[in-house]
Design a protein around this ligand. Structure first.
Ligand code: FES
Length: 120
């Protein structure tokens, strides 16, 4: 069941496996959604090494293997499904996740007030 106040982000077709992500804003902060192993994940677009946006070009978050997200500045490498940094200067830290849901071929942002999570 969809959350009534969920905000539309994009069509499911806009997120291909290991392909370009969709950029959006949540509470005034840059964020992005990607598809990995069939699921949609979203994070604040903020590297945990230095709080800069991570994409090489707009929406280009995956490395060449298409199995990791990579920061274009110094190469911090994150697991797409957990946001855990597994290689680079901030190894062991995690991207800030953003709750999204996919239903009926569309992807929606679930606002923090509705998902019980805080912004940490
Ligand atoms: S700013 Fe992302 S790895 Fe340094």
């Amino acid at each position: 069941m969809a959350t009534p106040s969920a905000q539309w982000l994009c069509s499911s077709d806009n997120l291909s496996e290991g392909g370009l992500g969709v950029r959006f804003e949540v509470a005034g902060q840059a964020a992005f959604a990607i598809r990995y192993q069939g699921h949609v994940y979203a994070y604040l677009n903020q590297c945990r090494h230095i709080p800069v946006e991570m994409d090489y070009r707009d929406g280009d978050f995956f490395d060449l293997s298409k199995h990791y997200l990579i920061c274009a500045l110094h190469g911090a490498t994150y697991q797409p499904d957990t946001g855990l940094c597994v290689r680079g200067p901030c190894r062991g830290s995690r991207l800030h996740s953003v709750k999204v849901e996919e239903r009926d071929g569309q992807v929606y942002l679930v606002p923090p007030a509705c998902n019980g999570e805080n912004s940490q």
